[in-house]
Design a protein around this ligand. Structure first.
Ligand SMILES: [Zn+2]
Length: 510
């Protein structure tokens, strides 16, 4: 090995001397000091909590890109850069362009007659279904469970302060839309209609998110629909006074109104288009064939930004969530970049954004990968690896592919790490589906997810670098390095457990 390095020195000059080495040299480059220093950079108050989008997020991405460049890694992003940008947009409910058509010719207008509370399912012909009126005062949350309102436009006669209590049991019945009929003062109504005017940040690719937006949930003033309901034999005033006969259910009733049809047209407008970064770096493999296959190391560099102050601090630094995972990837990249010879397969070091918004960056990368997704043989994801137990790391997904067996073997080969990789101890929390690795899994890539669990500082301004255990994190990164090296040098790529493949990949509609 030394001889090889000397050749390298002669050819490449003295700067490369330190940057070439054996597995031991590479692993020794992963140090607690480096980890704490680097987490300190991106979890610093100056990064303002790395919200998606924000200048701090862009600064973080650019800093990581410079680190990768200095390590001699290849750029894997857009147009020869380390950055892959993906589009977002801010949209707003288009009040004037939206309406509810009522059979018989009347049209309800938003702001004056109706207010959109939530939901954005729409479509060229609007949202409609058979009309069912609910009334009564449900005493228990399951009061509606016996009512068949699936696919219906449900009108619920209620009071403004009952809406939140009614909503969940009604939505559980999967209606096409829910209209809450209420009485309010003009002043109270104005504040409800103001609530329609906020903007929503959403993904800017993959078409309108109509299907994911859920059924329209709309509040309508009594006066706007009372006449149409009366014409179909339903007296709103009587329903409110409780004098009308009740239908099925305990204290709640459902009345079908076959003669009344409502069609809801919701429109949305884009008020801003923007883009945010992922960072992508590549270390090319040394095997002429296997280098066309890739292992992705990933973590999310974004956090939740500036929010409500707690103890005078409003900057949510996200040192553990997920500066720790981000720096784990950077440290692993640095160790692999030192390694000579390089691993047989290629490695991708991916830092995504938008995780806290809904796994956006990893979704974009998995849908528009910079290498063919079939050639990504594994994803090792790290989210929160700097806190809690000193001797244990939970690794989620071990049972779904032979990566679990590989990890157990590699773990046993390195008792000096004093780090035991254990199985998912919170299966009920479904963490397998809750961080960026899931976007790889659903595309057919076997994954392992390194995760230390949450803590009292989770999603609070007190998730700060001074609480990170850099020494422990360094041993986790070393384990991930050894695991990645094993996968990269193996003759065969990892394989799914067939049952898991059916459930997770085919179930997601690969
Ligand atoms: Zn988080």
């Amino acid at each position: 090995m030394r001889g090889l390095n000397l050749v390298g020195v002669l050819l490449l000059g003295p700067a490369s001397l330190a940057a070439q080495g054996t597995v031991v040299t590479a692993v020794n480059s992963i140090t607690p000091q480096d980890i704490i220093r680097r987490i300190g950079v991106i979890a610093h108050d100056s990064m303002r909590g790395r919200d998606t989008p924000s200048p701090g997020l862009d600064m973080t991405a650019e800093w990581i890109a410079r680190e990768f460049e200095a390590m001699g890694l290849a750029a894997g992003g857009d147009a020869g850069s380390f950055i892959q940008r993906y589009p977002l947009r801010r949209t707003r409910f288009a009040v004037a362009a939206s309406r509810i058509e009522v059979s018989g010719g009347r049209t309800l207008h938003f702001a004056t007659d109706a207010a959109r509370l939530r939901g954005r399912a729409t479509g060229p012909n609007g949202v409609t279904g058979r009309t069912v009126v609910l009334r009564g005062t449900p005493a228990r949350s399951d009061a509606f469970s016996g009512l068949n309102v699936r696919g219906a436009v449900v009108i619920a006669v209620t009071s403004p302060d009952s809406i939140s209590r009614w909503l969940r049991p009604i939505l559980a019945q999967q209606p096409a839309a829910v209209i809450f009929l209420t009485e309010r003062s003009d002043r109270s109504w104005r504040s409800v209609t103001q609530g329609q005017l906020g903007t929503t940040l959403e993904k800017g690719w993959g078409g309108v998110q109509a299907q994911r937006g859920g059924p329209p949930i709309i509040e309508v003033r009594d006066a706007a629909l009372a006449a149409a309901l009366a014409a179909n034999g339903f007296d709103v005033t009587a329903a409110r006074s409780g004098t009308a006969p009740l239908g099925p259910g305990a204290g709640a009733g459902a009345v079908p109104l076959p003669g009344l049809a409502l069609t809801i047209h919701l429109a949305f407008e884009t008020v801003e288009e923007l883009s945010v970064p992922n960072v992508v770096a590549v270390l090319e493999g040394s095997d002429p064939t296997l280098k066309h296959e890739y292992i992705v190391f990933s973590a999310h560099m974004d956090h939740v930004g500036i929010r409500r102050a707690i103890d005078g601090d409003s900057i949510y630094n996200g040192a553990d969530d997920d500066a720790s995972g981000t720096i784990a990837v950077v440290e692993a990249a640095e160790a692999f970049a030192i390694l000579n010879p390089r691993p047989r397969r290629s490695l991708i070091f991916l830092l995504v954004s938008g995780e806290e918004k809904g796994l956006w960056g990893s979704e974009y990368f998995s849908e528009k990968p910079t290498v063919p997704i079939e050639r990504i043989v594994a994803n090792l994801n790290a989210d929160m690896v700097g806190r809690n137990w000193r001797d244990t790391i939970v690794v989620i997904g071990k049972e779904h592919s032979d990566l679990g067996t590989t990890l157990n073997r590699v773990n046993q080969q390195h008792p000096e790490l004093n780090m035991t990789a254990i199985d998912d101890i919170w299966p009920n929390q479904r963490f397998y589906f809750r961080s960026d690795h899931y976007n790889f899994a659903r595309k057919g890539v076997p994954i392992l997810f390194f995760f230390n669990g949450t803590h009292a500082d989770y999603h609070r301004p007190s998730d700060e670098v001074d609480k990170i255990d850099g020494e422990k994190a360094s041993r986790i990164v070393k384990l991930m390095f050894y695991l990645g090296l094993d996968i990269a040098n193996a003759d065969q790529r990892p394989v799914w457990n067939p049952d898991s493949y059916r459930q997770i990949v085919q179930g997601a509609g690969r």
